[in-house]
Design a protein. Structure first.
Length: 228
């Protein structure tokens, strides 16, 4: 593999995996999913809120997380839902998500540039572009399988390790008996959401693998026709 195609292929493969992961995560930040999963996790019983109050608190937190500004200062019955430590953690969560989605935008730009350059820049063909897309999809699929196995064997340890990577020590530890943040989003909420994200990511990866294989074969046939 020529140096330029090797570098380009690596960038496109990583960008593919990241864009697929962004797409896989996004539906699970919606009120529809959160409401569904909170009901399964019995968040109303944990918090003691009525269904309407639960929706008010949760929708406000989601809005602050996704849209901003990240105040996280919603109140129910005149009492703040989250204490300052919880609000601080949610601001940290927003920073992580902002970085994640910014990386996704950059990754999408890389894919777009790679596709536009394929066949036009010497040393970078359409066949190599779709081959790199395929590698990215395969890489994400394997990553999801490994993460799934780890989660089944040791979800709590994996969850803790994730937080240790992205957050300062001690800033993400809350008591489910007293702290609203973990009552609104109980452990069952996170374990089932993680499974759903994994299934979505795996499905997208398989679809991309199949599509990229067809595109790569088409590019090969096109190259053969040009030679003839």
């Amino acid at each position: 593999m020529r140096p330029i195609s090797g570098i380009a292929a690596s960038l496109v493969a990583v960008a593919t995996a990241l864009v697929l992961l962004v797409v896989a995560v996004t539906p699970f930040l919606t009120p529809a999913w959160v409401s569904f999963e909170q009901e399964r996790a019995d968040a109303a019983a944990w918090t003691g809120y009525s269904p309407d109050d639960l929706r008010t608190a949760t929708d406000a937190i989601l809005t602050d997380l996704v849209v901003g500004p990240p105040a996280f200062d919603v109140s129910i019955g005149g009492k703040p839902v989250l204490i300052e430590a919880e609000r601080s953690h949610m601001r940290d969560v927003r920073r992580v998500f902002s970085g994640f989605y910014l990386a996704g935008v950059v990754a999408f730009a890389i894919l777009l540039a790679g596709r536009l350059a394929a066949g036009r820049v010497r040393g970078w063909s359409r066949r190599e572009f779709w081959g790199a897309i395929r590698i990215g999809g395969l890489g994400l699929l394997l990553g999801v399988v490994v993460a799934g196995i780890v989660s089944v064997v040791a979800f709590d340890a994996a969850f803790e390790a994730f937080h240790e990577i992205f957050f300062s020590a001690g800033t993400y530890l809350f008591d489910p008996q007293t702290d609203r943040l973990v009552q609104l989003f109980p452990e069952q909420f996170w374990s089932e959401t993680a499974i759903a994200v994994g299934v979505m990511a795996a499905g997208l990866s398989v679809a991309v693998l199949a599509g990229a294989a067809r595109r790569r074969s088409s590019a090969d046939r096109g190259s053969e026709d040009e030679v003839r």
